[in-house]
Design a binder for this molecule. Structure first.
Ligand code: SF4
Length: 412
């Protein structure tokens, strides 16, 4: 089933706000138009929880105060807000959507930050009543600001770092510019093999979508530092990329079959290093202190696009936690058992430092891993891993292309 979304009706231009107006949002309108073009009218389910709760339009403004919703004149309207949220959840479930794009800061739709209940304009961490209920039901809830932030354009192309087996993605780039890796600040120039022709950044488009593709990377196990292995990420950021797709090969810790593509939902950085343990990286990321939260390190928003793209491609899609190890040896059977206990589903030797760097820079990260083997088997060889990566690469490529298609962009 193509991607379906639930969206706050006021973002689509419906005059349902407390003041009788609307808040049409260009990025949301474009996304809705694109999804409807691909999946029909039912691809987009507009909701206004407050109207669904029976409230009039216009109405007296209200804000969340503790576990209540209170109007500016002091009247408690919790019941109407709760009823509207429950009806919104029913509509969302019936629509088949998993993703809800809701208006920021509203007492119903706000997610992550809402007005604090004093009607002073102060914003505090928290969720509106409908957003809370949708999250409890397992929906991915984001606001319109994220839609705008993630929308690719020529100023903000999508970065794609290609792991083993995905070279064909680079072949699809209509390049307008090629940048040799040796010109990337911080990239170890000596890592470039003389006969290697593909260690160059491809800036251009894939099916009309602005992209910056990195067809290869260096690894910690080659002796490079966390600073060096994340130089591509900082380069992508400097080129304006806000969305980044990190791809890699991995071994299955559990029962995922080789050849399967998996979403990386979270990670275990077991490499023993961290790119932010470097003054240069911290300065580059323009963060005051390196103690950043890794919550949301992998974008749940982009993951929804990947799920839909996999469904479109008729491809099975795994989901799980990626453990990044230093390598270069493959894992022992005991290490694989330990990784299982730690909650890992895949294990590999890349990606985790890149994801930390990208997240610190404020990029939205989609992690895709191509499972090439069962981890811990005596039969694991590099040649077999590469062979399986080549075989499974086609499906992973389809998912990447599907994500790009869904992302659309302001240029489209
Ligand atoms: S309840 Fe949500 S959809 Fe309705 S007006 Fe408020 S923010 Fe918009």
């Amino acid at each position: 089933m193509p991607l379906r979304i639930v969206i706050s009706d006021c973002l689509l231009g419906a005059a349902c706000r407390y003041d009788g107006g609307s808040k049409p949002h260009l990025g949301c309108l474009r996304l809705a138009r694109r999804l409807r073009a691909q999946g029909g009218e039912q691809a987009v389910a507009p909701i206004c929880p407050e109207m669904l709760g029976g409230l009039p339009c216009p109405r007296t403004p209200a804000e969340v105060r503790g576990d209540r919703v209170v109007r500016s004149d002091g009247v408690d309207v919790t019941r109407a807000y709760t009823d509207g949220a429950a009806r919104s959840v029913d509509i969302a479930k019936a629509s088949g959507a998993r993703l809800a794009i809701l208006k920021a800061r509203s007492p119903s739709c706000g997610s992550g930050a809402i007005y604090d209940g004093t009607f002073s304009g102060r914003v505090v961490p928290g969720d509106g009543v409908a957003a809370q209920m949708l999250k409890r039901e397992g929906f991915t809830v984001v606001d319109e600001e994220l839609v705008k932030y993630c929308e690719p354009s020529f100023e903000h192309p999508v970065a794609i770092v290609l792991g083993s087996g995905l070279g064909a993605v680079a072949d699809r780039v209509r390049a307008v510019r090629r940048i040799p890796y040796e010109d990337i600040e911080g990239f170890p120039a000596e890592a470039i093999p003389v006969e290697e022709h593909r260690f160059e950044v491809l800036v251009g488009t894939i099916d009309g979508m602005p992209v910056v593709v990195y067809p290869g990377r260096v690894h910690l196990y080659q002796g490079y530092s966390a600073l060096e292995v994340t130089s591509l990420i900082r380069h992508a950021y400097r080129l304006g990329c806000r969305d980044i797709i990190l791809t890699c090969a991995s071994g299955a810790v559990g029962d995922i079959e080789p050849g399967t593509t998996g979403i990386i939902r979270d990670q275990l950085n077991l490499t023993g290093v961290n790119p932010l343990a470097s003054a240069a990286c911290v300065a580059e990321a323009e963060i005051e202190v390196p103690f950043i939260s890794m919550a949301g390190g992998y974008s749940s928003y982009l993951a929804e696009f990947a799920r839909a793209a996999a469904q479109d491609a008729g491809a099975p899609l795994a989901e799980g936690v990626y453990a990044g190890l230093l390598g270069p040896t493959y894992e022992t059977a005991a290490e694989v058992r330990a990784l299982g206990v730690l909650g890992a589903d895949y294990v590999g030797m890349s990606t985790v430092c890149e994801a930390i760097m990208a997240h610190a820079l404020g990029m939205q990260v989609l992690g895709l891993t191509l499972v090439t083997n069962k981890a811990g088997l005596a039969s694991n060889t590099h040649a077999e891993v590469l062979e399986e990566a080549e075989r499974g690469g086609e499906v992973c490529q389809k998912i990447i292309l599907g994500v790009l298609r869904y992302l659309g962009g302001s240029h489209a």
